[in-house]
Design a binder for this molecule. Sequence first.
Ligand code: SF4
Length: 363
Amino acid sequence: MDFSQSPLLVIWEVTQACDLACVHCRASARPGRNPDELSTEDGYRLLEQVKSFGPSGPMGSPLFIFTGGDPLKRPDLYDMIRYGVGLGLRICVTPSSTPLLTEDAIDGFKAAGVSRMAISIDGANAETHDSFRQVPGSFDRCLMALRHAQKIGLETQFQTTVTQRNIHQLPAIAEIVREVGSKMWSLFFLIVTGRASAADDLTAEEYEQVFGVMYDLSKTAPFDIKSTEAMHYRRYILQRQKAERGQGLESESAKRMAFRTAGVSDGRGFVFVSHTGEIYPSGFLAISGGNVRRQSLPDVYRTSPVFLALRDAKQREGKCGACEYVHVCGGSRSRAYALTGDCLAEDPRCTYVPTGYEEPVPA
Ligand code: SF4
């Protein structure tokens, strides 16, 4: 796939309004909508521009994700979903677990042609999850949504942000993913931005421990497992595959996932449009390449200096610049930016030391 021309995923933050108050919220969301949000007409134009990217892989056009805040805070959400489906786009929606997420709302997603609904659960029980989301009843509503989607045949993706609060609950959370029949478990690794606290972040060694849990689970799980903002899980998969080769122990599912997502990172195969139209390499990396109100999304994605720099492996610094895994991994540019202020710096949460690499001597 040629990610210099077309992304795999386009994510639109339709609003930052949300009735939850999650402790790790990237957007520092609040209940009210911003009057400067993109309009319905802006949304239609954006969907047309995404269609104009053309095929981005075996699945056709980029996958388009309506996210927030809470997308259900917009009364025009269903009109925009129908418009995107009518253009032939594959649409995913990520509603928040608030009273707006009812069985009727989920039936509406299915009727409008949504391909997949993503629901975030950050704990194995209500106590852990609801303390993240800071709203009692959120865990139960997530389960209701996932079970209802399962009942009506709407595919789901289960999302978990991994932090110090839930690192020991991952196997128990995996049991819930299995029970509700989700197609994919997407583990988000914390970027310390917005309301996220550095105290909740994992150490680089703990990332490796979580990768081990993910990889071992992937050998038997009936769902796919992927990482978000932990591109080095792909390096971990390749290392485990190499160690297990010829022993019949390799995870075919993890191998498939590493192949499908190889090289995808912030600004490379991935583009995020903010609620006010800013075009970012990721929702966690607020360096704007332009604005969809004034520029074409494909032009900005293909030619803006920030996107070009992020896609150029030769511009990676530190260990990532010297790493033999740079083309499948490359490190999280969002994490590098959040923790060092330099989006091209090495990923500070990777334990790997590239062959022959020597740490620079401090001046
Ligand atoms: S050093 Fe950088 S490119 Fe290499 S595996 Fe770690 S994060 Fe990925």
